[in-house]
Design a protein around this ligand. Structure first.
Ligand code: AQP
Length: 340
């Protein structure tokens, strides 16, 4: 595959059921991005190992995630869709980049600090993978000489780390790596939990009422939205204010993304409505959207032969491209080429 347009890389870890946060923060943009960019969409199964849940069903989750990629409009004829562990170059480059990363900068990663605190509260030991997975993420991105990485706000710091590692490498060896830029939208880049709107919505949340999963049944979606935390303002006035009204602002961000409506237009349309009415609109909109997405998802999910074919062809293309970069890195570092 010839890369003629700017290169875009994006990934989701199959660490559980995907959420509306994963969709709104990144996946909803993927289909349209295929026009402007040469896209690589990766299922980051090696990243999911950092969660180490006993009943994680990794292989099932991986195929579920792949089905969602296709249901979201990613076209294997236009983009490369692949499973990370099928392209060994990722773990190779990850080791090399470990040697250009600093312990102190990884200690500063907010996501590591948050997840480690959760594990501490559950008296769990933190594995080393959780600590240095941002380096594997840097390898994922840099292997393809990526120009752009669409991510939610929570991953911005990891893309900045990727740039720092690439810069450090380039400053010693010349301009080997392209410096990738994060693509982050103004709204929807951090969907919050429904009951605790000061916390990000996450697939690993133990309280399932905090999260809208892409495979939730429609009844439970309505119930979850009904119980979503708003605020105690009387009379309730719908406006977007992330500081003072995080719950309402979160519902507005979900609605704006799913209905594809500009936030200002939406606010005008909702002017004078009560919170209850807003919740009904959000529920209706989400229900319609999820029913359609789920239909398409099941069409793909029920055809494992096709999913495996997509993953196989994607891996072949990703290997070719990533091997080009890896060869350059090996020779730059003085690693002796493999004797055939
Ligand atoms: N709540 C969110 N709002 C907006 N974007 C989000 N993303 C994740 N949660 C939200 C974005 O989805 C992409 C894939 O994320 P990931 O699965 O690779 O890792 P994550 O950020 O750790 O996602 P989760 O759902 O929170 O997973 P767990 O619970 O396993 O850690 C990323 O671009 C991310 O920004």
């Amino acid at each position: 595959m010839l890369f003629l347009k700017p290169i875009l890389f994006s990934a989701v870890q199959p660490s559980g059921n995907l959420t509306i946060g994963n969709y709104i923060g990144t996946m909803r943009h993927w289909s349209i991005m295929q026009k402007k960019y040469d896209c690589l969409y990766c299922i980051a199964d090696l990243h999911a190992l950092t969660a180490q849940e006993k009943n994680m069903c990794l292989s099932k989750n991986t195929l579920d995630t792949l089905s969602f990629y296709l249901a979201c409009g990613v076209d294997p004829k236009k983009s490369i869709i692949f499973i990370q562990s099928h392209v060994y170059q990722h773990s190779q480059l990850s080791w090399i980049l470990n040697c250009f990363s600093q312990f102190s900068e990884l200690l500063r990663m907010t996501q590591f600090k948050v997840k480690r605190n959760v594990e501490k509260n559950h008296v769990k030991q933190t594995n080393l993978g959780l600590f240095n997975y941002p380096v594997l993420m840097a390898a994922d991105i840099l292997l393809y000489q990526t120009n752009f990485v669409p991510v939610g706000k929570d991953q911005k710091q990891h893309v900045e780390l990727t740039r720092n590692i690439a810069n450090r490498f380039n400053s010693i060896y010349g301009n080997i790596f392209k410096l990738p830029k994060p693509l982050i939208h103004q709204y929807g880049s951090k969907i919050m939990s429904l009951l605790e709107p000061q916390k990000k919505m996450s697939k690993s949340d133990t309280n399932k009422n905090n999260v809208i999963f892409l495979l939730d049944d429609i009844k439970s979606v309505s119930l979850k939205i009904k119980h979503a935390v708003t605020d105690s303002e009387r009379p309730s006035k719908i406006d977007y204010n992330i500081e003072n009204k995080p719950g309402i602002s979160n519902l507005l961000e979900i609605l704006s993304a799913i209905s594809n409506k500009d936030m200002n237009i939406l606010l005008k349309e909702l002017d004078g409505m009560m919170y209850r009415e807003l919740k009904n609109i959000v529920s209706d909109c989400l229900s319609k959207f999820l029913s359609k997405l789920q239909r398409s998802y099941y069409d793909y999910r029920n055809d494992e032969c096709y999913l495996k074919k997509v993953a196989h062809e994607g891996a072949m293309k990703a290997r070719l491209k990533s091997e080009e970069t890896l060869k350059i890195i090996h020779s730059t570092l003085g690693l002796v080429p493999y004797f055939k």
